[in-house]
Design a protein around this ligand. Sequence first.
Ligand SMILES: C[S@@+](CC[C@H](N)C(=O)[O-])C[C@H]1O[C@@H](n2cnc3c(N)ncnc32)[C@H](O)[C@@H]1O
Length: 408
Amino acid sequence: MIPQARVEAAIELLDQIIQAVRDEGSAADRLISQYFKTRRYAGSKDRAAIRSLVYRAIREIGDCPINGRAAMIQLAQNDAELAFLFDGSMRAPAPISDKEFAEAAKISQKNTSLLPAWLAEKMAASDIDTAEQNALLGRAPLDIRFNPHLTDIDTVLAAFPEGQVISGLPYAVRLPEGTKVDQSPLWKSGAIEIQDAGSQWASSICQAQLGMKVIDLCAGAGGKSLALASDMLANNNAAKLDLIACDTDRNRLSRLQPRAERAKLPPIEQRLLNPKQEEKALGDLAHQADLVLIDAPCSGSGTWRRNPEARWRLNPTRLQRVIDTQSHLLDVASQLVRPNGYLVYVVCSVLDDEGANQITAFLNRHPDWTVENPDIQAGCLRGDGRRFTVLQDKSDGFFVSRLRYIGR
Ligand SMILES: C[S@@+](CC[C@H](N)C(=O)[O-])C[C@H]1O[C@@H](n2cnc3c(N)ncnc32)[C@H](O)[C@@H]1O
């Protein structure tokens, strides 16, 4: 493809992505792979170049643009080579008019942040400075977690000699970008998983052990359930784990068992929940659990490096919706924990409304709970929890709080 046609393709793709943002449709990554499936003429270099243009627009433009052409013109303002490709030739985008340039300049002047203005304000109010905000749109590292019942750190480092251990996380290794993890025999044998250090910190703060009754209330496809199961198993060959993985999304939950089998873990009980009727499915577990993990649905602001267009999808109404669900799930979980048992609340967000403020409100509603965060060498105290941020912790952004039920 000629460079002009690549720009035109990026515009088409951005049109689809922007439409999906408005309709709560598919994620950018999925739309991009669907787009290329029907355009076999695009070679690997074309695909890489188009993808890179699309993601540049998504990462660099704070507010969702009105369409793909407006997005590319916004980039072209500071990129003469790109602007030059709008030459109106066959398969090229039409030349940029003065009006379009003026419009793009107006938008750039209005929003100087990489985030929509309302979100930049919320970040600042949560003490996330501009450098941390911008880091949320950078590139994410590649972290793996190994299963100690299947392998050990020496074997992992021998398989990935450029891997680096992550201090404080006994099963984590950071790999160079682009490492082909899925081609390693360790991957094929189920001994390693891809999992960000932030997620690993969240699971490790749970301190799950064999013999505990553990409920993962928002298990999704089981990322943290697998980590909890692996911690519970440690080096034992237990045939049974008392771990119950729940979620309201049947599709996601159905991916857990095959993953557990791949990791050679004992079966993990699953319960499909109905939103707002969770107690019905969990009635038999009232005040039974030693540990409940809530890896709550959230804005995902801490993981925008992996899907940066997610910040365009967020608006105050959608944010309030997840905040309400988080507080409801905290109340549901509070009914499941036994006296002296623990509740670990996690969000992959750095916003106080989803983190520290949620725990303050929970403790006001439930005076028979106290905070017992472990003393670890990562994250920073934030209200009654610890917050992990991209620049400071070199992980995705997370908030984690460990609470103990001191009622009877
Ligand atoms: C952050 S994701 C969980 C990710 C997962 N724990 C992992 O480590 O891969 C949040 C999950 O909460 C689920 N969820 C949303 N509302 C829920 C509810 N009322 N009860 C239980 N799960 C819910 C979503 O379906 C989603 O899978």
